[in-house]
Design a binder for this molecule. Structure first.
Ligand code: PRP
Length: 211
């Protein structure tokens, strides 16, 4: 990557619209419908920037390796992935929570199985509580697991609660409160500090207005 170019990793999917809106409010005019196309790189030469569309879970990887200078990612991914990146700013978007979920008549069993997209976060949570569980990694539709007997409980995200409601599940314990964060590569943060700090300050202003 050239010294002049600032590459930003954006998360494809449900966070993108809110994140791109925040960037536009901060004076960085990226389109809000980019997520609908299959294009993965959005050049923005007039600002010396380039946006890449990454799977949310991969955003910290691009940033840790310096292939992106900064990125937007959910705190859930940061907790799970534990990547060596700087967390610069709470963008206060995509607010949700990471919770333990089960059927309303759930009863403790001797060797419970917990299905989740977040095996590291779930293992840590139950270890710290002194509970032995078997963690089963799934990649989506986690709510299926307790309904059809793959797991006793799940650890997953709750935003509106609609998915739980429609599947007759309940939130048993809240583990983390989650929002999206602006993150930076450690070297980029030193080498491109003025530009990164300027973006951070501009975003900070619109975040504060919104809260
Ligand atoms: C997420 C999460 C829950 C759901 C929560 O899934 O894993 O299933 O959203 O949102 P709600 O409380 O507003 O219903 P996502 O839509 O990312 O898809 P996935 O099931 O493939 O993980």
């Amino acid at each position: 990557m050239t010294q002049d170019l600032l590459r930003v990793a954006m998360p494809k999917g449900r966070i993108y619209k809110q994140a791109s809106k925040l960037f536009r409010e901060a004076g960085i005019p990226i389109p809000d419908d980019f997520d609908d196309s299959r294009k993965l790189i959005i050049p923005f030469p007039e600002a010396g920037m380039e946006f890449i569309m990454a799977k949310p879970v991969d955003v910290p990887t691009y940033v840790e390796y310096g292939t992106a200078d900064i990125g937007v990612v959910g705190k859930d991914v940061l907790i799970e992935e534990n990547r060596r990146v700087y967390e610069l700013l709470d963008l206060n978007i995509a607010r949700c929570r990471m919770s333990v979920i089960g059927l309303p008549d759930w009863k403790p069993v001797l060797h419970p199985r917990v299905a989740t997209k977040y095996p590291n976060a779930a293992s840590r949570y139950f270890r710290e509580k002194g509970q032995q569980v078997e963690v089963i990694k799934l990649n989506g539709s986690i709510e299926l697991a307790p309904l059809i007997g793959l797991a006793d409980r799940i650890v997953d995200m709750v935003e509106t609660g609609q998915t739980l409601k429609e599947n007759g599940l309940v939130e048993l314990e809240q583990i983390h409160s989650i929002t999206s964060r602006l993150i930076a590569n450690r070297v980029s943060y030193r080498m491109k500090n003025d530009r990164i700090q300027e973006i951070c300050d501009r975003l900070q202003q619109v975040v504060s207005v919104a809260t």
